[in-house]
Design a protein around this ligand. Structure first.
Ligand code: MN
Length: 716
């Protein structure tokens, strides 16, 4: 634990005019307030605020922020009051402590719409003073560093998930790269330690093979620039496991294909030198096309500035290089925190920066406070977390968060089931629009209702949220039951006729017990829905009956049942009730871009957009169906994805493969060896997965194993 004088020394080292007495008072105040409270680690609780203060001191923040860090848990966890803090430390610190306390009370484990509301609260809480967020992030960082002390695994996972989804992106949003990466990596350790371990093993293996060339390349870069009269600081660094993993997943590339496990930073004095250094580097080594990005002329929204390029460097290795000035480097590392760092005499001040990195936050908050239009509000809230969502508003201004692709029907059901059931039309931003319209961020949606209306079965294919679909399905099931019963009765009568048995309700009821049903209508409904055949009914009603009609082997009828589901479940853009088949040619998975091809039987086969078979239908565009996956996620189904892999031919390879797949919740449904050599063998593996992301996850995990030399998804 950092001692009182050590903390004071740390701050004084960068801020000679600091308020030493304030820090001392806060240190003692917090020690007393927390008394003998303990942390999960067994340490005195007080060590926590001190470490948080230490993190912020390393970011060179001002005394008020560090004082706030020392006091940040006193309002919540001790007898200390706002008035007390206000009197002892002044209103600036008191307001910040209050802000951090509020922020800590916001929970992100709630439902989606509550989350949006909580997110709004979070923005408002941190907007009072951005330093409040800095303290909160430091608080979260220390809690993550000590997460392993918490015994309850669910609690650990919840905290890690919240960090990954909310706090890490926020750190990124305000430009704190270091903080972002450490938070992500600590969460990754908790959420997927096996993947992380495999990345580390693989990285170390590669490093061994190529040797640690980082220093050599750094020196070479520095010398090359010096020859042209450019003085530069060059450093090489390894990416963190989570960044590597993330890239492997996102781009579905293998470890070897990653060019930037090692990145180099060239830091020069002026913007002019950045471009000159770039020229020198591009002259000396060939440039990788498509990898050049100039964030100096066009900074990222969070204020980040740098030039990125990748060249084929010495030893034909790909080398990623970032070029920036010292000021830009400070911004890239510390983000918003750089603004609050103690400003030395000849240091930069914020006006020297081209871009105000948290203007977005202030604008956003001003808008919320001024009650500005929702569109503008949303324009600014594009955190990663909400990429898959649209935010719409009721005429009264209430926020409704929906998944992307949602329609007014989803909106109506999100407001209330009754509103959904009785909706007949809608106005979006004041204009009458079809109920099938896809809602956009910021739309104001007014639902038009009529008591005479009932939900249409078509809606099930139009809605994307589980709530709307479940409500429609329930309604439709009830109203359709009558029709199915009537149809089922006809089927039963026909079956009796075919077998020359006199039809009676009583005779049919003899099948109830063997079929484990309670009402004769249940039998009819099953018949009507095709879940039961007339022959099966006769067998159940008259055990041992000699059938006249030709027998259809049950096995044949059931054979492909698992891959044939009703259209309404996972595919949008098709009428409910159409039989959907998934192409065995391409094994489409949720998340793939897909098209439907109408089959002659009136059903449809789903193919991936790049399936070769589609060529055959080039001349019959009328058979193409515009379909997409349903995003509501209420289908617990799995799909079969196929991978092609090359394993090293040695004991244990196969078991590593199956273990990795199982650990990532995949189930091997088929496995075939397609080629063999003394050192390697090729295999096709069919795996039951939830969607493309799930399969990519498995592929990335396999790529991390030294036994697997190649793995690709295949459509053949
Ligand atoms: Mn805390």
């Amino acid at each position: 634990m950092i001692r009182q004088y050590e903390l004071v020394d740390m701050v004084r080292a960068y801020d000679p005019n600091m308020d030493e007495s304030m820090l001392n008072r806060a240190y003692i105040f917090a020690t007393k307030a927390h008394g003998n409270q303990k942390r999960a680690s067994g340490d005195p609780y007080f060590s926590h605020p001190v470490e948080v203060a230490g993190i912020l001191a390393r970011l060179k923040l001002d005394t008020a922020t560090i004082t706030t860090a020392l006091l940040h848990d006193t309002l919540e966890d001790t007898a200390a009051t706002h008035e007390e803090i206000d009197q002892t430390f002044g209103s600036e610190v008191a307001a910040m402590v209050e802000g951090v306390t509020k922020l800590s009370k916001i929970s992100f484990t709630s439902t989606q719409s509550e989350q949006a509301e909580n997110f709004r609260k979070l923005l408002i809480a941190m907007s009072v003073d951005i330093r409040v967020l800095l303290v909160k992030l430091a608080d979260r960082l220390h809690n993550m560093r000590t997460l392993h002390f918490i015994k309850n695994p669910e609690k650990r996972a919840r905290i890690a998930r919240e960090t990954m989804e909310i706090y890490a992106p926020l750190a990124g949003r305000i430009g704190m790269q270091e903080m972002l990466e450490e938070l992500q990596d600590l969460s990754f350790t908790e959420l997927n330690s096996e993947a992380r371990d495999s990345v580390i093993v693989r990285r170390d293996f590669l490093r061994q093979r190529t040797g640690d060339s980082t220093d050599r390349i750094a020196v070479l870069l520095k010398e090359t620039l010096a020859e042209k009269g450019i003085g530069a600081t060059v450093s090489g660094r390894e990416k963190r496991p989570y960044s590597i993993w993330n890239k492997m997943q996102r781009k579905a590339i293998s470890f070897e294909q990653l060019s930037d496990i090692f990145g180099f930073r060239v830091i020069v004095d002026t913007v002019d030198e950045c471009y000159r250094a770039l020229g020198v580097i591009h002259q000396k080594w060939p440039v990788m096309p498509g990898r050049f990005k100039d964030y100096i002329s066009t900074p990222k929204r969070n204020g980040y500035q740098s030039i990125h390029t990748t060249v084929i460097g010495p030893d034909k290795q790909r080398v990623e290089i970032q070029l920036r000035t010292a000021d830009m480097h400070r911004m890239a590392e510390y983000g918003v925190a750089a603004h609050w760092q103690y400003k030395q005499k000849n240091g930069v001040n914020s006006s020297a920066l081209l871009h105000d990195p948290y203007s977005w936050l202030r604008e956003l908050v001003d808008m919320i406070e001024d009650g500005e239009s929702p569109e503008q509000f949303l324009e600014y809230t594009k955190l990663d977390l909400f990429f898959d969502q649209v935010f719409c508003f009721t005429p009264a201004g209430d926020l409704i968060a929906l998944p992307r692709g949602a329609t007014p029907i989803d909106f109506a059901y999100a407001v209330h089931t009754e509103v959904g059931d009785s909706c007949v039309g809608c106005r979006i931003n004041g204009r009458s629009m079809p109920l099938q319209s896809e809602l956009q961020n910021g739309d104001q949606v007014e639902i038009i209702r009529s008591e005479a209306q009932t939900p249409s079965p078509v809606w099930e294919g139009v809605a994307v949220t589980a709530k709307a679909r479940a409500a429609v399905r329930k309604y439709v099931r009830q109203s359709q039951r009558g029709e199915y019963i009537a149809l089922g009765r006809e089927i039963a009568q026909k079956a009796f006729r075919t077998e020359d048995y006199p039809f009676s309700e009583k005779a049919v009821s003899q099948a109830l017990k063997p079929l484990m049903l309670t009402l004769v209508d249940d039998i009819y409904e099953k018949l009507g829905r095709g879940l039961l055949t007339g022959l099966q009914l006769m067998e159940a009603a008259f055990p041992g009956i000699k059938m006249k009609a030709p027998q259809i082997p049950v096995a044949l009828a059931a054979k492909d049942g698992r891959r044939q589901r009703s259209a309404a479940i996972p595919i949008r853009g098709m009428t409910a009730g159409i039989a959907v088949h998934y192409g065995d040619c391409c094994h489409p998975l949720p998340g793939d871009r897909i098209v439907g091809i109408q089959t002659t039987g009136g059903g449809a086969t789903i193919h991936t957009i790049d399936c070769e078979i589609l060529e055959q239908f080039g001349s019959t565009p009328e058979r193409w169906l515009d379909v997409s996956w349903d995003a509501s996620g209420d289908a617990p189904d799995f799909f079969v994805g196929r991978i092609e892999t090359t394993l090293s031919n040695e004991p244990g390879s196969l078991s590593v493969l199956s273990t990795l797949i199982a650990k990532n919740q995949g189930n091997i449904s088929n496995l075939k060896i397609s080629g063999r050599s003394p050192d390697f063998f090729d295999m096709l593996v069919d795996i039951e997965v939830r969607d493309v992301k799930h399969l990519n996850n498995i592929i990335a995990a396999l790529r991390g194993s030294p036994h697997v030399s190649k793995v690709e998804r295949t459509h053949g």
